[in-house]
Design a binder for this molecule. Structure first.
Ligand code: ATP
Ligand code: MG
Length: 441
């Protein structure tokens, strides 16, 4: 029997509150600091929710006196008031057990007192997460994912799971990962596009939260080879209706403390209330700006950008736009030729399409639009884009089974976290990022 079998955590460190004065509490975590003043040792224990102080005296001193910082520890005792400047309460320890030593030197300092470069931190991510600043990003990710699921579920969306191993390139493009699958070529999915469109045929509204794969060879701070996407697709809707849903998703994120049902508060409240920096950016003004692509190009020309209607918005152009429109805004009605085959052209001007992006400054967060639901036109569009309709036969036949008009979007979740917490590198927002140079840990 190990020591932990006799001692059970009763409280997280942030639950050591006035109401516990004189009562027993047992906290578990990692040694952050040891201050040895002879007859007593002050021990600070950090767990995922904060830090608590314990005063150790008597026999127990020998157990911890020379223990390396960051070792795993469990401490039990009565809660008393504290004279120290950082804590108003402390645990007068009568039992201390070291559960496992931390072997020094550690690859990084998780207290953050000694800063490490991002690459080094990612190399030791599990330890890096003991730094509350790092942990807060991932606690926030968890809270926001839950919030998005809640918004979509309460608006009639069914959560689905579609394959990530696929037999043909779902959207074409050169950035697909190919591999051998039982002697046949296969690919890692770059999006759930074809599946989510097929599923609305019966399920009406679907969403999926999953990882997708793109062989992004460029080294940027916003592209990874593996990223998390929130995708929706909704039958009998036009573009503006799914833009409204994107706006609702954002709005609810900014009011997440009140929109999460009471029963979930126990978990989300302590997590969100303990978030140190980086915390959420201020709530934007809703409704968000909806600019047309053509207006953006005109504005860019006035700023001296070398751009014509029909051109894609280059990185440089997006940066200028980002200066002009800070925060979140939509760009609507992109040229059809810049958009994938499944996007519907405008009836009155087929050069433009029912498509939109959500931007945060210069950063693209969402692409979406109304889809082409006419099977003949869809086939023509595939050919126009040099894709082989034979590779899409399983998809095209679905459109002959009463495919309704429909719209949807894909939200890059890691980029959303970047935007919400003001990070300048997507790798800060992903636990174990994958890029051209990184396949471990
Ligand atoms: P970009 O132009 O920035 O490369 P995209 O237009 O190729 O993006 P979409 O196919 O529209 O990307 O994908 C929808 C969303 O998924 C994007 O708006 C973005 O938020 C996210 N996304 C796409 N590719 C990546 C990637 N390589 N890494 C992280 N997020 C991505
Ligand atoms: Mg896009």
């Amino acid at each position: 029997m190990t020591a932990i079998d006799n001692m059970h955590r009763t409280h997280y460190t942030n639950q050591i509150e006035l109401g516990l004065l004189g009562q027993r509490a047992t906290v578990a975590g990692w040694i952050e600091d040891l201050r040895d003043i002879g007859k007593v040792v002050f021990l600070t224990v950090r767990d995922v929710r904060g830090v608590a102080q314990a005063v150790v005296s008597g026999q127990s001193i020998n157990i911890i006196r020379d223990k390396p910082r960051q070792s795993a520890v469990i401490v039990s005792g009565l809660v008393q008031s504290s004279k120290s400047k950082d804590f108003s309460l402390e645990i007068k320890a009568d039992a201390v057990v070291i559960l496992n030593d931390a072997i020094h030197p550690l690859p990084i300092d998780p207290t953050g007192r000694v800063e490490s470069a991002l690459d080094k931190r990612i190399d030791s991510r599990a330890l890096d997460l003991r730094n509350p600043k790092t942990a807060s990003i991932f606690l926030l990710r968890s809270v926001i994912l839950k919030n998005i699921r809640h918004t979509l579920s309460t608006n009639g969306f069914v959560e689905v799971n579609t394959p990530k191993i696929i037999g043909s390139a779902s959207e074409g493009g050169a950035n697909l990962f190919e591999f051998e699958y039982f002697k046949k070529p296969a690919y890692l999915a770059q999006s759930p596009q074809v599946y989510k469109e097929q599923l609305i045929l019966a399920l009406d509204r679907v969403f999926e939260i999953a990882s997708y794969y793109r062989a992004e060879k460029s080294h940027t701070v916003r592209h990874l080879s593996e990223f998390l996407s929130v995708d929706i697709e909704a039958a009998f809707t036009n573009m503006n209706e799914v833009i409204d849903i994107a706006e609702l998703v954002l709005m609810n994120i900014f009011s997440f403390n009140t929109s999460i049902p009471e029963s979930e508060m126990n978990v989300s409240k302590p997590l969100s209330s303990m978030l140190p920096k980086p915390s959420l950016i201020p709530k934007p003004k809703f409704p968000l700006k909806r600019l047309s692509y053509e207006q953006c190009v005109e504005d860019l020309k006035k700023q001296g950008e070398n751009i014509e209607i029909g051109d894609d918005l280059s990185d440089a152009s997006l940066r200028v736009l980002g200066e002009m429109h800070q925060g979140f805004y939509f760009i609507l009605d992109w040229p059809t030729k810049l958009k994938p085959f499944y996007i519907k052209e405008k009836e009155n001007d087929p050069r433009l399409s029912h498509s939109f992006d959500l931007q945060y400054g210069h950063l693209e967060l969402i692409s979406g639009g109304q889809r082409q639901h006419d099977p003949n036109r869809l086939k023509e569009r595939l050919i126009e884009q040099n894709l082989n309709p034979d590779n899409f036969k399983h998809h095209l036949r679905v459109f002959n089974w009463g495919m309704p008009p429909h719209s949807g979007w894909g939200l890059g979740f890691d980029r959303l976290i970047m935007a919400l917490t003001n990070l300048d590198n997507i790798r800060e927002a992903v636990l174990y990022p994958r890029d051209v140079d990184r396949l471990t840990p």
